[in-house]
Design a protein around this ligand. Sequence first.
Ligand code: C2O
Length: 575
Amino acid sequence: MEAYNSFSSQWRFVFVLGLLFFLANAANAVVQHHDFVIQATKVKRLCKTHNAITVNGQFPGPTLEINNGDTLEVKVTNKARYNVTVHWHGVRQMRTAWADGPEFITQCPIRPGQSYTYRFTVQGQEGTLWWHAHSSWLRATVYGALIIHPRIGDSYPFPKPKRETPILMGEWWDANPIDVIREATRTGAAPNVSDAYTINGQPGDLYKCSSKDTVIVPVSSGETSLLRVINSALNQQLFFTVANHKLTIVGADASYVKPFTTKVLMLGPGQTTDVLIKADQPPARYYMAARAYASAQGAPFDNTTTTAILEYKTPTCTSKNCGTTTPVMPPLPAFNDTATATAFTTSFKSPKQVPVPTKIDENLFITVGLGLNKCPPGARARNCQGPNGTRFSASMNNNTFSLPSNTSILKAYYDKIPGVFTTDFPKVPPVKFDYTGNVSRSLWQPSPGTKVYKLKYGSTVQVVLQGTSIFTAENHPIHLHGYDFYIVAEGFGNFNPKTDTSKFNLVDPPLRNTASVPVKGWAVIRFVADNPGVWIMHCHLDVHIGWGLAMTFVVENGVGESQSLEKPPPDFPKC
Ligand code: C2O
């Protein structure tokens, strides 16, 4: 009796302690409210002023900083002349697909004059994410960082850096980006490439009319800084490096990774990388620089280089006497340096063993690549200015994804509105071929459709993402909404289940939301479908989304409220 009593009181003590801990944590979690006003703002770059669409007149937009567990409530008011939506890139949006943001997938756009409040909780993710418009090409200027610190009382799995700096790499057109994409949609040709890359909105010293505004990142000798590098460019994978400094990678896509050091990073649009950099060099000014990793042979690309300056603040080098010294310029990989890109992307591992699903319920094989559509009957030559009088196109498993135009797939699914989408997205390509070889022209033309793939709640999913050489092969940054996935392997050529499966890392693969599918190669991802809703998976090169390089998963509800999609919010935009 005695022993039993003390046992139960011990457990009561543990229970009360647990409850207190839970309450303390719940009390720590806050709801942050923000107002985002989408508006045209005069922004001068490359000697010319444009009416850029911004959030609150800021370019890049405001940085949001929260703690793991916090709730964000962002009221977006559209005072611009375009429809807009905002996507919280990488946020899992558990049960809150209504707040995810992709236009016509989860919501109808916020019309000019209207507003919509995105409300969601960030849970179990730490590091760097970002937000961006998910409507036409508005994200060229409508984007910003979303930084998730550990819960109050928790710490980083590395010594706390002295300073933290978001490094948003962007892409600037000396034109209205919406006009650029509209023109390309009309002609069927590829849109004009950008005129500059930017770091935190500034092109830097190597462009005209730009050097007086070059971004300065201050550091102090001996101190370690955390750079939160984000590729927010529209259409270009980028190499990033800092002169003379070693870079230690500690996180990516808001998950920690096993630290490794490198001289150069390669990020596809959508990806983020957290980097520790120690100011261990002679006090001076060093360039950080980014330029294209252009994997498509022969395709035009913006070959310029953006820079910012890492500036040592020491008694011997204040901004006064160091401000005039020419910064040290780092070497950058060649534009087509796939070996460097691959060495980087294959270095990622989770910090420790992770629960990778091993029994797979849904095994999909999805081709990703371009296509060319024959000029439709009756169309004019001026609308068919792609290669050989075609129109550019793209597909997954030969399906060119077309968005619905007067409702979202999520709303149609929730309200059971028929005729908006079909559930026949194929789990393998309709025709097997030598995907990365010389593809027969008869296979170049995909067909359009709004096809989704249904997943049961809790099913384990593997997707082999297979690049194709249709028209041209290139690296595709494939992003899945609503999920993080494990990248268990990547490689070149055609995926071969017999020989490649044995190379899977099922122990400590990285957890990410965007995978770089190698040029003429493949990547394999795995996830558990534990988030009900409608989730688009697409290439994060915006030019490819427009061409249809996308598909959508519909994940059904599980059992009970905690496994079910919430109700749509009261101010959910109407079409
Ligand atoms: Cu950051 Cu659907 O994208």
